[in-house]
Design a protein around this ligand. Structure first.
Ligand code: FAD
Ligand code: FES
Length: 286
């Protein structure tokens, strides 16, 4: 974890109230992995005390550029939109645990609900760099909120669903998942909690529906990796990136807890934000 002064190099509104900002932060651009996040401090004159967490949207170790993609929902996110190129912010990161891709997975299904795209966007880059095929299912309320396809690598197969049918499939993005569940070796999702809960239920029944072997069954000869370990997450079909209101983002305040199976509280900032779907108690209603 490093604390860096990140210099804003570009800031633009890519969708109504959604901003893409690029910062020069070489110390964060190398070594950070998809699924991790930064904790950014609004400036001295903002009147805001707490840092705000944002997923790494993309990182480029060559140029040292890190991007974040956020929606303005309150004072903190509003404050960031007033920054101008040349301004610096104080960024702490990389924080949290990343997505874990099984080295044998060739086909990755990414599922994003709205701003959840920011949580999985970097994974598309990593997967393509590693020679994997990527399908991205993206859901939004309407065409006006659909993530622009020109911000994605050409290699990604991009499938859109809108609640009102104004673009792509008419309905929820989760409706599209069954079409891909035989193709996908693993799935990775970020979005509203109800969407993730539906995906978790779908993933739980997948093996029975398809009669497929679980990745990792041969290797390790039936040895059970501890729940929550990187090895167990690598073998999970579905990993989800969770968002909770955060205080410290380093595991101390317990402000970000979600409930794990067996009643084990899980800190989104430390044990997450990425979890294997089967680690969480989806009925707990956080
Ligand atoms: C690990 C992690 C990664 C995140 N990545 C992104 C990202 O890439 N892009 C993005 O737009 N947002 C992301 N968020 C959410 C983002 O941090 C909040 O939207 C932001 O902190 C709100 O700050 P604010 O001062 O503008 O709003 P506030 O005035 O603090 O709150 C305004 C509203 O936003 C809600 N809110 C506040 N914090 C969060 C939160 N952490 N998660 C969900 N809702 C919140 C509040 O409940 C309230 O309704 C992430 C959150 C986490 C925990
Ligand atoms: S935000 Fe403090 S423990 Fe997670």
């Amino acid at each position: 974890m490093r604390l860096v002064a990140a210099e804003l190099v570009d800031s633009r509104e890519i969708l109504p109230r959604q901003w893409l900002q690029a910062y020069h932060a070489p110390a964060l651009a190398s070594g950070s992995r998809a699924g991790q996040f930064v904790h950014v401090r609004p400036g001295d004159y903002s009147g805001l005390i707490l840092r705000r967490p944002f997923s790494f949207n993309t990182v480029d170790p060559q140029t040292g550029i890190v991007t974040i993609h956020f929606r303005t929902v309150g004072r903190g996110t509003g404050w960031f939109t007033h920054l101008r190129p040349g301004d610096t912010v104080d960024m702490l990161g990389p924080l949290g645990r990343p997505f874990e891709v099984d080295p044998r997975s060739r086909h990755l299904l990414l599922i994003a609900g709205g701003l959840g795209i920011a949580g999985v966007r970097m994974l598309a880059d990593e997967a393509i760099r590693d020679g994997r095929q990527v399908v991205l299912l993206f859901g939004a309320a309407s065409a006006a909120e659909v993530y622009p396809s020109n911000l994605l690598p050409d290699e990604v197969e991009y499938v859109v669903a809108t609640d009102d049918g104004s673009l792509g499939y008419h309905g929820y993005v989760t409706d599209l998942v069954p079409e891909y569940e035989a193709w996908a070796d693993q799935a990775f999702a970020c979005g509203p909690s109800p969407m993730l809960a539906v995906l978790a239920r779908q993933a739980a029944g997948r093996r029975e529906r398809l009669g497929v072997a679980k990745l990792g069954r041969k290797r390790g000869g039936g040895k059970q990796d501890p729940l929550g370990s990187p090895a167990a997450r690598r073998k999970a079909f579905l990993q989800v990136s969770m968002e909770q209101n955060m205080g410290c983002a380093v595991g101390a305040c317990l402000g970000c807890v979600v409930m794990g199976v067996g009643g084990q509280p899980q800190r989104v900032c430390r044990e997450g934000p990425v979890f294997a779907a089967e680690e969480l108690d989806w009925e707990a209603g956080w």
